[in-house]
Each structure stands twice: as structure tokens, then as C-alpha cells.
Design a protein around this ligand. Structure first.
Ligand code: FAD
Length: 471
């Protein structure tokens, strides 16, 4: 008797190893049809994410093809696409890995109940997080609003060992038709920056695993110091892989734990960073409004600027005249990522020195980050602005000049990213000018601009505004 296939609906889990949904489908002994759906949530991704997704899908399709399987691509509302495929293939089940932000949650819940009503086994699995958000509770049964107690609650928990890649992915007798990836035009929104950005991406499961191995061997031992210095490679750079699920957090967690057992004490801080990612999803699950609204409601009364003023445009375009801010904004434009220290500095400058709503920064990041993650981005912005849980207090206004002296003493970072004023700027600094729109009218050989707002002016203005509001 021919067994009904199982559809595995891939989203932010483009890997074969440690994939509970895929493993369950393969273990059933039934044929498996891997599917990726371009629905309105994919359509709403930022330009850099779309380009990165294009690369990720091409690589993942190849990994499946190497195992005698295929990645079927379809466009349209997820439920319609899945019903269509079920009709065409006789599939009896759809499996997927859970996501935890509101838009995905709502879509998935609707798909699950509709498929169940159709008599299809719709099952969601873990995989994107270490700990399901509803399994982490305070002693009184609530959720965590502060990071450290959450860390203390989970640090000693058993985390299951990662699953191996499935030994075999049984192909269906007949493959359904697939769209052509190129026809999705995912690279188009990046326009002339596409080729340069693509060169900065490290794509696919094997590359992600290599990245983790290199980090654990060479860098985790000095992570505490190295992770704060944007001029060197001191962190894992795994965020672009984690957000697309090219590596699982469990694989990273166990690698960190092994390093710790082998005497690399700094690995504990790496584990803590992985748990910051968990915390972001914990908050997104329990308080979905963190993605869209001030988490602390009293911030609704704060007089944020909500316009793209010339100063805000200067922030977006990396020409505020504050080297740390401009270097970081240009790093993001060219590479699609930004060092964590840079993210904190530019977010502080926008929300405090320029008193601009964090949502303007959140949206700009969403359009330019290849490692964009809905939960971490929102938590990071609200932390920086002061409106989020466990946020930096309002009076903590980063001074981007003293921060530069502290974290980029030898100016390696700003020299790498700011061409103006250099006799022979390097390729990265020049790449920025090859990517940005000509309408910005910026030239590498122009003079570096004066500050749009000096650190002292901005700090005073922000503190006055906060003080007047009684924050
Ligand atoms: P590592 O230092 O090697 O850390 C390992 C992993 O831990 C990271 O890959 C990431 O998954 C997680 N992690 C580390 N720091 C944090 C953190 N502060 N919050 C949540 N998870 C963390 N991270 C994203 O992945 N996507 C985003 O869209 C994003 N937006 C941010 C916006 C702002 C304003 C701020 C302040 C931070 C943001 N972060 C975001 C968090 C952090 O900056 C990045 O995760 C980190 O820079 C990624 O580099 P890495 O992979 O080398 O990290």
C-alpha cells in the first residue's frame, strides 16, 4: 500500500540536523515533501532579509537534493497553498517547527485548526528555542520580566542532545510542481547593493556549523573581552544563521557547555547571550505588544519625534558626524549585521540624543539586517529606549565619544567603515558608497560632517525631557 506523504512546512528552520519536525516525519517511514511558502509574511520582510532568504533557500534546496529530496516552493496564503498541495499529493499530515511572535502564531493557529477540521494531522514541534516560553515560570506562576532571574531559572536545566540529520528522507512517488526561486525576485529590493551584501553572508547549515566550531576553538576562551570590541572578530556571528534556523540553539548550547567543561570559563557568557535570545521570545510570547508598542505604557506620553527629520535622515545615512554611530550604520548597510556595541550606541543616539521614536529605528533595522529577528530586534530597541522590560534606565545615555575611546581605542572599527578624511580608504569603507542610493549625494572624498547633535547637547536635551515628564 502506498503511504500518504507528510508535508514538512519549513520557515525559520532551514536545516536537516536537530530538526524535530523533520525527524518525526522521516521516522514515520512515510514519504516526506519539504515545502517553503512565500506568503504575506515573507512579502513583508525587509530588503536585506529577502536577499538573505534567497541565498538560504537555494542552499537548503541543494542540501535536500543531495539527499534525494527536494524543496517545493509555492506562493500564496499558507493555508490555501497547503490545501492545494494536500489535494495534489494525497498528503495526510503537515508538520512544522513553532514560531513565537504574534503574526506567525496567529497564522499557524488558524492553519492548524483548519487542517484538523479537514481531517489532516497538523502538528507543530519545538526547534527554534531552547525552552518553550510557557515552560519557564516564576515561583508565583507568572512570566519573567527581568533577565537575570530567568537565566537563573534555566541555567541548570537539562537541554536534550541535538538530533542527528535524518538517515533517509523518503521521496514521494510523484513530486508536486515547484515555483522557480529566481521568479520570486527576492534579490530585487536590494537593488545595486545585492552583490556586495551577498558576499558578506555565510549561508547554510554546513557553514553555520563551521562558524560555531571556529568560534568555540578560537574565540570563546576570550569572549568576555572580545565581544565588546567591534574592531575585531570577537563574537560568534551566528545570529544570521540562528534567525534562519540554519543551526539550532541546542547545537550552540551544547557546544558552549562542552567548552565550559573544558575549562573555557568565558563560554558561560556565550550561553547567557543565547538565553537573551530566549528572553526576547519569552517576552514576545507573553506580551506580544512588545513588538509594536511601548512595553511600559507610561512611555506613551513621551514626546518622541516621529518624523524623518534631516537629523534622523543623517542617522539612517551614516552621516551624523559622530564616528561610532556612522561606522556602525555603514557596517549594517554593507554587511547586513552590526556589532552589538554598535547597535546599543546607534539606538541610544537615535532615541536619546535625537529623541526619536524607537519604532523608526526598529523599522530601519528590519529593512537592513540579514540577522533580523522580530523578538530580539524589538527587545533591543525597547531596552535602548528605556521603554522595555529590564531596560537601561532613562538617565543612562551612552556617550558615543567616550564609548569609542573605550571600545575602539586604536580606531580599527571607524577606520574600516568611514572613508572620509582617509588618503587610502579600505574596500569596506568604499563599498558603502557603491551601495547607497545616488540620491543621498554622499562622496567618499568629501569632508567628514560636523555632528548633527553633539553628545553633550543631546544628553542634556534628553535628560530635560525625561525629567519634565517625571520619568
Ligand atoms: P554572539 O555574541 O556570538 O551571541 C550569540 C547569540 O546570542 C547571537 O547570535 C544571538 O542569537 C544571541 N544574542 C546575543 N546578544 C543578544 C541580545 N542582546 N539579544 C538577543 N539575543 C542575543 N539580534 C538579532 O539576532 N537580531 C536582531 O534583529 C537584533 N536586533 C537588535 C537591535 C538592537 C537595538 C540591539 C541593541 C540588539 C539587537 N540584537 C539583535 C541583539 C545582538 O546585537 C545580536 O544578537 C548580536 O550582535 C549578534 O552577533 P553574534 O551572533 O556575533 O552574537
Amino acid at each position: 500500500m502506498i503511504k500518504a506523504p507528510i508535508i514538512v512546512w519549513f520557515r525559520r528552520d532551514l536545516r536537516l540536523a536537530d530538526h524535530p519536525a523533520l525527524s518525526a516525519a522521516c521516522d514515520s517511514g512515510q514519504p516526506v515533501i519539504p515545502v517553503y511558502i512565500h506568503d504575506d509574511q515573507v512579502a513583508s520582510l525587509g530588503a536585506a532579509q529577502k536577499l538573505r532568504l534567497d541565498l538560504a533557500l537555494a542552499q537548503f534546496a541543494k542540501a535536500l537534493a543531495d539527499r534525494g529530496s527536494r524543496l517545493i516552493l509555492r506562493k500564496g496564503p499558507a493555508l490555501d497553498v497547503l490545501r492545494d498541495l494536500i489535494g495534489q499529493t494525497g498528503a495526510g499530515a503537515v508538520y512544522w517547527s513553532r514560531l513565537y511572535h504574534a503574526a506567525a502564531n496567529d497564522r499557524d493557529a488558524a492553519v492548524k485548526s483548519a487542517l484538523k477540521a479537514d481531517g489532516i494531522a497538523a502538528r507543530s514541534f519545538t526547534g527554534h528555542l531552547l525552552f518553550e516560553p510557557w515552560t519557564v515560570e516564576t515561583k508565583t506562576g507568572g512570566f519573567y520580566k527581568v533577565y537575570t532571574p530567568l537565566w537563573n531559572a534555566v541555567r541548570g536545566r537539562d537541554v536534550a542532545e541535538p538530533l542527528p540529520r535524518p538517515a533517509k528522507i523518503i521521496a514521494p512517488q510523484h513530486w508536486p510542481a515547484s515555483d522557480d526561486l529566481a521568479a520570486w525576485n527576492l534579490r530585487k529590493p536590494m537593488q545595486r547593493g545585492a552583490d556586495i551584501l551577498a558576499r558578506h553572508c555565510t549561508v547554510g547549515e554546513d557553514a553555520a556549523q563551521d562558524r560555531l566550531d571556529t568560534f568555540i576553538t578560537d574565540r570563546v576562551g576570550d569572549y568576555v573581552k572580545g565581544r565588546d570590541l567591534p574592531g575585531i572578530r570577537g563574537t560568534s556571528n551566528l545570529s544570521e544563521n540562528l534567525t534562519f534556523g540554519e543551526i539550532s540553539p541546542r547545537i550552540c548550547w551544547h557546544a558552549g557547555q562542552r567548552a565550559l567543561r573544558h575549562g573555557k570559563g568565558d563560554a558561560e557568557v556565550f550561553l547567557k547571550e543565547l538565553v537573551w535570545r530566549e528572553f526576547a521570545y519569552h517576552l514576545a510570547h507573553h506580551t506580544p505588544r512588545i513588538l509594536t508598542d511601548n512595553w511600559k505604557e507610561d512611555w506613551d506620553a513621551f514626546p518622541w519625534n516621529t518624523d524623518i527629520t534631516p537629523q534622523v535622515a543623517a542617522w539612517q545615512q551614516g552621516r551624523t558626524g559622530i564616528p561610532f554611530v556612522d561606522a556602525a550604520m555603514r557596517e549594517m548597510y554593507v554587511t547586513g549585521t552590526m556589532h552589538n556595541r554598535g547597535r546599543m550606541i546607534v539606538a541610544s543616539y537615535l532615541t536619546k540624543h535625537l529623541m526619536t521614536h524607537w519604532k523608526i529605528g526598529l523599522d530601519w533595522f528590519a529593512d537592513h539586517l540579514i540577522d533580523w529577528d522580530p523578538a530580539s530586534n524589538a527587545m533591543g530597541w525597547q531596552w535602548s529606549a528605556g521603554s522595555g522590560p529590564d531596560a537601561t534606565p532613562y538617565f543612562r545615555v551612552f556617550n558615543p565619544v567616550t564609548q569609542l575611546d573605550k571600545f575602539d581605542k586604536d580606531r580599527a572599527y571607524v577606520t574600516r567603515w568611514i572613508a572620509e578624511g582617509q588618503r587610502k580608504p579600505n574596500d569596506d569603507a568604499l563599498a558603502y558608497f557603491a551601495m547607497i542610493p545616488q540620491s543621498w549625494q554622499m562622496r567618499a572624498d568629501a569632508a567628514y560632517p560636523d555632528p548633527v547633535v553633539t553628545p553633550e547637547q543631546g544628553r542634556r536635551r534628553a535628560l530635560d525631557a525625561y525629567g519634565n515628564r517625571g520619568f
